[in-house]
Design a binder for this molecule. Structure first.
Ligand code: ADP
Ligand code: ADP
Length: 225
């Protein structure tokens, strides 16, 4: 089944078209990586999928509904940003719990979801610390935890590893792939790093100047000139 459909999606800023008629169908549980050079439109596309930015043309459809016609909590989408945007004065627990506080979930439900996410992300012993006392990789995991507790159908990642050093990046790649296997959720991941695309994706979407240049599995793209 289809998790998300982009139908002839376009986006213009003032009079420049930066996304030009993108068509793409993403299956449930698929790990799709958008790759391409800086400025090709990856973030704009992701932000439109998240509903953070309106499309200028075309439709983005989730479960038969247009994204921009659904209230944010009904979209089933959670986004993990490059800048982790953690609250320095709050504990790791409260940073992860934050979206659930916004939704006013009962404390028991908050506790069980945060502890569940912390177990998956190996942050159980860090829950009472402040983010400033954590390593870069641990902070990134807190940001991912904040997305996990919302139990989204679709995760969006905007260059989540680009602030980490090479060793941590490769470790986090493996962790994200394990997370994908464990949760079975649809994941859409934006990067300019071809290694990330090749190692993590079920399917790679190569963007160039706002258009899809190539789509295929890592193997298919590797063997194509
Ligand atoms: P990428 O994520 O691939 O680096 P972006 O989606 O950030 O690319 O940007 C695509 C194009 O749209 C770039 O030319 C960028 O300058 C332009 N752009 C992005 N956001 C805005 C904006 N808010 N106003 C005007 N132009 C924008
Ligand atoms: P403070 O920032 O005031 O020290 P915390 O952020 O430590 O408070 O905790 C805020 C809420 O989260 C409390 O209601 C607490 O019961 C709950 N909480 C904190 N850590 C855990 C945990 N490891 N397991 C379950 N609940 C927790």
């Amino acid at each position: 089944a289809s998790a998300l459909t982009l139908a002839n999606v376009s986006k213009s800023f003032v009079n420049t078209e930066v996304i030009k008629g993108v068509d793409l169908d993403i299956a449930q549980g698929e790990f799709v990586v958008f790759v391409g050079p800086s400025g090709c439109g990856k973030s704009t596309l992701l932000r439109m999928i998240a509903g953070l930015e309106d499309t200028t043309g075309g439709d983005i459809v989730i479960d038969g509904n247009r994204v921009n016609e659904l209230p944010p909590v009904k979209r089933g989408i959670a986004m993990v940003f490059q800048s982790y945007a953690l609250y320095p004065h709050m504990s790791v627990f409260e940073n992860i719990a934050f979206p659930l506080r916004v939704e006013k979930l009962p404390q028991g439900e908050v506790d069980s979801r945060v502890n569940g996410a912390a177990r998956v992300l190996q942050l159980e012993s860090r829950l009472q610390q402040r983010p400033g006392t954590l390593s870069g990789g641990q902070r990134q995991r807190v940001a991912i935890g904040r997305a996990i507790v919302r139990q989204p159908k679709i995760f969006l990642f905007d260059e989540p590893l680009s602030n980490l050093d090479a060793a941590l990046r490769s470790e986090m790649r493996v962790e994200l792939m394990e997370l994908h296997k464990r949760l079975g959720s649809t994941m859409i991941y934006v990067t300019h790093d071809q290694i990330e695309a090749m190692t993590m994706a079920d399917r790679i979407v190569v963007l160039s100047a706002g258009e899809i240049e190539q789509v295929g599995s890592p193997l298919e793209l590797y063997h194509r000139p």
